[in-house]
Design a binder for this molecule. Structure first.
Ligand SMILES: N[C@@H](CCC(=O)N[C@@H](CS)C(=O)NCC(=O)O)C(=O)O
Length: 219
């Protein structure tokens, strides 16, 4: 039975999983979560009541969380690009950096987006200020790290880069990475040039008008 990914092309966490599929040309069925397909959304809700996407269905198993989807593919459907190193110590570094991008780049970035779609009187200026501070601190820390690295964990593209690509892509749209962080900006560009991510970005282009903060005319 085909692997089924319930996802939306504009979603950063869905792009993270898509990169893993595209890196190894792993076949799968894309189950589009959109307003026009009530049936697919109803299936998705039944599979994962918390309704966070993507999710992957592999036979009778439902795999939650983008990082775990990438790990699942690497474990059960390995291709020539191993996204989680075979060496457990190297794998731990990759998982650590994956957490950094999710927790300290994507989470504050999503805070900015979700705050912008609230009614004016329900907005959270303190939370937004915290999110901006977290992003700036993360940018600085990552910039220093990326001075010595091609990819997030060294010279190989891994799960950590699957996390980095969409998180830095949208973080820069939401709160631009300052020019003084040249190493981080260059890394974001390298990610954009990676064919797997370039494909995910291209597939999301038609949906850019849906980006709540307004998509910039670039990338
Ligand atoms: N921790 C989840 C986060 C997934 C997530 O936040 N997905 C967003 C789309 S990028 C979502 O489901 N948003 C719907 C909502 O928040 O209601 C993961 O790593 O997969």
């Amino acid at each position: 039975m085909a692997l089924m990914l319930y996802a939306h092309p504009l979603s950063s966490y869905c792009q993270k999983a898509l990169i893993a599929f595209y890196e190894n040309d792993t076949p799968f069925q894309f189950r589009m979560l959109g307003p026009d397909d009530v049936q697919t959304y109803t299936e998705f809700q039944a599979l994962w009541p918390l309704q966070r996407f993507p999710i992957l269905v592999d036979g009778d198993r439902t795999i939650l969380e983008a990082s775990i989807i990438v790990e699942h593919l690497d474990l059960h459907y390995p291709g020539s690009i191993r996204l989680v190193p075979q060496d457990p110590k190297a794998a731990l570094d990759v998982r650590m950096m994956d957490r950094v991008f999710d927790n300290y780049v994507s989470t504050p970035q999503q805070k900015l987006v979700f705050d912008s779609i609230r009614d004016e009187d329900k907005r959270d200026p303190h939370g937004v200020a915290d999110a901006l501070r977290m992003l700036d601190t993360a940018y600085g820390w990552l910039d220093h790290l990326m001075a010595q690295r091609e990819w997030a964990c060294g010279d190989r593209f891994t799960l950590a880069d699957c996390a980095a690509a969409p998180s830095l892509f949208y973080a820069d749209w939401s709160h631009p990475i300052d020019e003084r962080f040249a190493n981080l900006r260059a890394y974001r560009q390298r990610l954009l040039s990676r064919p797997s991510f370039a494909r995910a970005v291209d597939e999301a282009r038609p949906y850019r008008p849906l980006f709540p903060l307004g998509a910039p005319d670039r990338d």
